[in-house]
Ligand binder design. Structure first.
Ligand SMILES: Cc1cc2nc3c(=O)[nH]c(=O)nc-3n(C[C@H](O)[C@H](O)[C@H](O)COP(=O)(O)O)c2cc1C
Length: 324
């Protein structure tokens, strides 16, 4: 399938694997890229630009296909060495960067000087327009369903995608809640040029995470995620567990007076314990509502081939029949 996104990034299928903390390692990105999608390494999982350089080199040994790197601009004061990470990206020959969080404006000149395409992840039309204005090549439009940070507007993709289509000139992919072929077809119908998936890619054979994490996604229904940190205006959709129930109770008790220090023990440092050790109640971890649609653990190749094969069959079959 050819779309503006496959052309822009030089990939076979319009499927991107979004950056994921402690999941977006070389193995994950290479598996997605080898299957014809765009695999993405998560920069900030690496403790330093040097660590990222090594991870990119490791990934380049596992695939000769295009890969991307996610650069998440965190809220608050602690600023990682973003110029150093960008240098590692450029020197590693990576030509696609997925930015997220705050605006990438301050780094656009550097990225463009290195001939890097930028796709910015946005949870609103106004942020998408800003991304377009500052020179981003594409946008990943992330609906309320998404795992991770859905923003504070709570607009689901059934509205957000067609609104983005009304306003944007640059191509965009549908992110949040995507997991199967019919959703890809729906996203294309709503104006997107492809999809971005997070949670779905964790439940694959190659995802470099503990089996407990994959099993938790399979066991979860669409009712099992929770929103946390709303009082901090840093809302995150996570899978419910004992730690999350404690966070929710603290939020209820403290209301808007809550500070990050009140929940720090349940959010700080949880990712390695969960993703690597499989200690599932160690803290909060991002997970999307799409968990309710995930019932197996295929390889990335099987997953992408299934999505593309079924999507093309639906377009040529069921949908074409409606048109005639
Ligand atoms: C475990 C996990 C970790 C994530 N970490 C990041 C991250 O570090 N930076 C980022 O921009 N997005 C992150 N995301 C968001 C994904 O890139 C993607 O936008 C999101 O998962 C899409 O929604 P979905 O899970 O419904 O597919 C994360 C998502 C998950 C599930």
């Amino acid at each position: 399938m050819k779309t503006q996104i496959t052309e822009l990034f030089g990939i076979k299928h319009p499927i991107i694997q979004g950056g994921m903390h402690f999941v977006g390692l070389a193995e994950m990105a290479a598996a997605v890229s080898n299957a014809g999608g765009l695999g993405i390494i998560t920069a900030l999982t690496q403790p330093s630009p040097d660590g990222l350089a090594k991870e990119i080199a490791r990934c380049n040994e596992m695939t000769d296909k295009p890969i991307g790197v996610n650069l998440t601009f965190l809220p608050g004061f602690a600023s990682p060495d973003y110029p150093g990470y960008i240098k590692a990206i450029a020197e590693g020959g990576v030509k696609v960067v997925e930015t997220a969080g705050r605006s990438p404006e301050a780094y656009m000149d550097e990225l463009k000087a290195n001939d890097i395409k930028v796709i910015h992840k946005c949870t609103s039309v106004r942020h998408s327009l800003k991304a377009e204005r500052i020179g981003c090549d594409a946008v990943s439009v992330d609906g309320f369903e998404c795992g991770g940070h859905p923003g504070e507007d709570d607009i689901p993709n059934m509205i957000l995608l067609p609104r983005a289509a009304e306003e944007l000139s640059v191509p965009f992919v549908a992110s949040g809640g995507m997991g199967n072929a019919n959703q890809l077809v729906a996203a294309l119908a709503l104006g997107a040029e492809g999809i971005n998936m997070g949670t779905r890619f964790i439940a694959t054979k190659e995802a470099p995470v503990h089996q407990n994490v994959k099993d938790a996604i399979i066991a979860a229904s669409e009712l099992d995620t929770r929103l946390i940190m709303r009082p901090l205006r840093n809302t995150e959709r996570v899978l419910n567990n004992a730690a999350v129930e404690q966070i929710v109770a603290i939020e209820k008790e403290k209301g808007d007076a809550m500070g990050i220090e009140d929940i720090a023990e349940h959010v700080g440092g949880a990712y390695p314990k969960i993703m690597q050790e499989g200690t599932m109640d160690a803290g909060a971890w991002s997970c999307g509502m799409v968990a309710g649609l995930i019932h197996d653990i295929p390889t990335c190749q099987e997953l992408i081939d299934r999505i593309m094969g079924e999507a093309e069959a639906t377009i040529a079959g069921r949908l074409a029949a409606f048109a005639s």
